[in-house]
Ligand binder design. Structure first.
Ligand SMILES: [Zn+2]
Length: 273
C-alpha cells in the first residue's frame, strides 16, 4: 500500500503538471470508487480548475477552485498514471480525468481505494481523525515520546496506527525499526524513553528513512508518466521488508518473516533488539 513517501512523491510530481489546469472530461468506470452518482460527481468537477495539490498522511487532496476537493486514498493496489491513451499501463481504470493541458489522469486499481468529492467541512472531518505527520517540524522528539508513553501495544502496531501517527504503513514501519536496530515486536512499555535510548533512535530512524524514501521516489512499481525515473526509485532500497530468508545487510543473519496482529512483519533477530 502506498505510504507517506509514495504519496509525497506523487504530490511533488503532480503539482507542477496539474495545478492551474481545468478538468475537461471525466469517465467513471467503477461507480463505487467515487462517493456520488456519476452524473453528480461529474457536474461538480467539470470545467473546474485544480487550485492546489496537498498531501496529508496517505491521502492526496486535489483542491478545486470551487472550495471543494477530490480526496484520494489509494489503499491496497491503487496507483495513478498521467499521460495519453497510448502510454498508459494496460490495466483497468476506475476513474479518468481529462485535463486542459491535453493529458489524462488515470486512476488504476481503485478496488478498496477511492476518490471522493467533498466540501471543506467534509474533508476536514476525515483528516481530523489522523495523528500527527511524522515529518512535521512541530512533531518533536518530546511529542514522539509522549505518544509512545501514552500508548499500549507493540512498536509496529503503534507506528502503523493512523490515529496515533499518520502516513507510516507496513513497509516503512519495518524499515524504521531496522534502521533503529529495535525489534518491531517490542512492547512499548519496554522501550527506554531517552534521547540516547530507544525513543531517540526510533525518532531519528523515522525521519531518516522517510526523508530518504521521498528523495528516492518511494516504492511504487509503475512510473507516474512516461519518462518518470523518480517514482519507485526506493523499490530496491527496502532492507528488511519483503526480504524474509535473505541475509541481513548489517550482520548477515537471516531476515525473519513473522506475523504480528495479522500483519506481516520483517526483522533481523540477530541485530535488532
Ligand atoms: Zn542483522
Amino acid at each position: 500500500m502506498p505510504e507517506l513517501p509514495e504519496m509525497e512523491t506523487y504530490r511533488q510530481l503532480l503539482t507542477p503538471r496539474l495545478v492551474g489546469q481545468t478538468i475537461r472530461a471525466v469517465r467513471i468506470h467503477r461507480e463505487k470508487s467515487v462517493n456520488l452518482p456519476a452524473g453528480q460527481f461529474a457536474q461538480g468537477i467539470l470545467g473546474v480548475r485544480i487550485a492546489a495539490i496537498d498531501r496529508r498522511a496517505k491521502y492526496l487532496l486535489f483542491r478545486l477552485e470551487t472550495g471543494q476537493a477530490l480526496l484520494l486514498h489509494l489503499m491496497l493496489g491503487g496507483l495513478m498514471f498521467l499521460g495519453s491513451e497510448e502510454d498508459r499501463p494496460d490495466r483497468n481504470t476506475q476513474v479518468e480525468l481529462d485535463l486542459s493541458g491535453g493529458q489524462t489522469l488515470y486512476f488504476i486499481g481503485l478496488r478498496l481505494g477511492y476518490l471522493h468529492l467533498l466540501d471543506e467541512r467534509q474533508y476536514l472531518a476525515v483528516l481530523a481523525k489522523l495523528g500527527p505527520e511524522p515529518l512535521a517540524p512541530d512533531f518533536t522528539l518530546e511529542r514522539f515520546e509522549q505518544l509512545l508513553s501514552g500508548t499500549r501495544g507493540t512498536l509496529k502496531t503503534t507506528l502503523v496506527n493512523q490515529q496515533k501517527l499518520s502516513g507510516i504503513g507496513n513497509c516503512y514501519a519495518d524499515e524504521i525499526c531496522f534502521e533503529a536496530a529495535i525489534l518491531p515486536t517490542r512492547p512499548l512499555a519496554s522501550l527506554s524513553l531517552q534521547p540516547a535510548g530507544d525513543s531517540g533512535r526510533l525518532y531519528s530512524a523515522m525521519r531518516a528513512v522517510l526523508m530518504e524514501a521521498i528523495r528516492q521516489g518511494g516504492y511504487m512499481e509503475q512510473p507516474l508518466f512516461a519518462g518518470d525515473h523518480l517514482t519507485g526509485g526506493y523499490n530496491d532500497h527496502c532492507l528488511v521488508y519483503d526480504r524474509g530468508g535473505e541475509p541481513c545487510v548489517r550482520c548477515g543473519g537471516a531476515i525473519i518473516q513473522a506475523e504480528l496482529s495479522s500483519r506481516k512483519v520483517f526483522y533481523c533477530a540477530q541485530c535488532q533488539h
